[in-house]
Design a protein around this ligand. Structure first.
Ligand code: ASP
Length: 453
């Protein structure tokens, strides 16, 4: 658009802001959110979650809805639990002194529960009702996510249809509230994303309006370099690339829903994780390309994450390297048992198959037998109870001595390394250690790269 007087290009900067459940758990939290939104007029599109916990003993409204609907499904009386849910919303409405009643909405919900509208419908009401309150509070337009977020017949998110409809709808709007977490099936019924899915909606909205930024407001000031339950006061990550984050979240670092990265990444929209309770903190910036901050005190690594309970099956066979189809047969076995492999590190005559205990279930013996008969290896070693730890950082790839430092740290801490895998992007070193060494290993790596620099 050009501005009449100066004929300069007028850039309309749009920020999409998503607020998590704890940011919207009470009227006080809503008021903080209101201040944040009003402090920056670029914050035009708002994606709320359902009210979360007000304290550690509290229950999220989403969980209350699932429990309430389970009663409806079993033809039991659900009026009291539904009233408790209504009370949660009413206390927000009253606390904010809004002129709004959800009476009619709750009548409809009651009817739909009786008609067994489904647990997705039930859960989605958490964000739907919070969206209505948010729109009323801000004086923004309310868009029911069922009209703009779509799923395909088999349940996959329909990115094309959603983008088409949503971008058109937002184009004409100055401001709007789009509740997170749900959309609609081709038959109009409601479907939700997986738990924590409001993050995904925020990312989809950011892509649809070509936002300059997707701010994801939560109750922490962004990502930490390691799990604070393991490392004492880990440093904050100021900036991280999508790829690094993907590696870390895959390995267990949570804050943002895994599937929330993709839409924003497609549209090249940076994501800023911010803290509703400390809005002055800059949080963590997630960008398409790694930001090279070349400051002296910047750690070589971006973060450390990991999880426990994997099994490594190491296969040895003389001259394996010249035998065709060996890996194909490994994959055939995994396919037959419907097991995902996490890693497949290989040596000259060895291949290790790393699988999560969860996907193996109680079939380990059968799977090992299948490897034995179909691959005829000279020997098979099975190492159970392995924890995987990923040390991630784009700066690692062009600095020599990183792996030496990592292995020395683990050696000094007397941690036995059971497996090593370096991602081909070179920004990731994964080690397998005994479950019992999991915490010790993470602390050793953190201290070597961050504290002792
Ligand atoms: N309210 C939903 C949940 O608790 C979705 C979300 O908060 O993102 O999972």
């Amino acid at each position: 658009q050009t501005c009449g007087n100066c004929r300069r290009l007028e850039v309309h900067v749009i920020k999409v802001v998503k607020f998590g459940g704890s940011s919207l758990a009470s009227a006080e939290q809503f008021a903080k959110v209101g201040n944040i939104i009003r402090a920056d007029k670029e914050r035009k599109f708002v994606v709320p979650s359902a009210p979360g916990k007000r304290n550690s003993k509290d229950t999220k409204v989403t969980d209350m809805l699932y429990a309430c609907y389970a009663l409806a499904e079993a033809d039991e009386d659900f009026r009291v639990p539904l009233m408790k849910i209504k009370d949660r919303y009413d206390s927000i409405i009253n606390g904010l002194k809004l002129n709004l009643s959800l009476e009619e909405e709750f009548k409809i919900i009651t009817e739909n529960f009786k008609a067994k509208a489904g647990s997705d419908y039930a859960a989605s009401r958490g964000e739907y009702l919070n969206g209505i309150i948010m729109a009323n509070y801000l004086g923004y337009e309310f868009i029911d996510a069922a009209e703009v977020i779509f799923f395909e017949e088999e349940g996959a998110f329909d990115a094309d249809k959603t983008h088409k409809v949503l971008s058109k709808r937002l184009e004409k709007m100055e401001n709007a509230v789009v509740p997170g977490f749900y959309g609609s099936n081709p038959d109009g019924s409601i479907r939700t994303f997986s738990r924590g899915g409001s993050d995904i909606t925020g990312s989809i909205v950011a892509k649809a309006c070509n936002a300059s930024m997707y701010e994801n407001w939560t109750d922490v000031s962004g990502f930490l370099m390691a799990d604070p339950r393991i490392v004492k006061k880990p440093k904050q990550i100021a900036s991280i690339s999508y790829k690094e984050l993907r590696e870390l979240s895959y390995m267990g670092a949570s804050v943002l829903h895994e599937d929330a990265i993709y839409p924003a990444r497609m549209a090249n929209v940076p994501i800023n994780i911010r803290n509703t309770n400390a809005p002055e903190d800059p949080g963590t910036m997630i960008t398409a390309e790694a930001v090279h901050l070349e400051s002296e005190d910047e750690p070589i690594i971006t973060g450390i994450a990991g999880s426990k309970d994997f099994t490594v099956v190491a296969l040895y066979k003389n001259m394996m390297s010249s035998e065709r189809g060996f890996v194909r047969r490994i994959l055939g076995v995994l396919d037959d048992y419907n097991v995902n492999f996490e890693h497949l590190p290989s040596g000259i005559d060895t291949v290790s198959v790393v699988m999560s205990n969860q996907s193996i279930g109680d079939r380990l013996d059968e799977i090992v037998d299948a490897f034995r008969t179909r691959l005829q290896p000279d020997s098979i070693d099975v190492i159970e109870d392995v924890a995987l730890i990923a040390t991630v950082g784009h700066r690692m790839s062009y600095r020599p001595g990183v792996s030496a430092k990592l292995f020395t740290a683990l050696g000094d801490a007397e941690v036995n390394i059971r497996m090593i895998d370096q991602g081909s992007s070179e920004m990731n070193i994964i080690v397998g250690v005994d479950n019992k060494d999991f915490q010790k290993a993470i602390r050793a790596i953190y201290n070597a790269f961050v504290e002792e620099e």
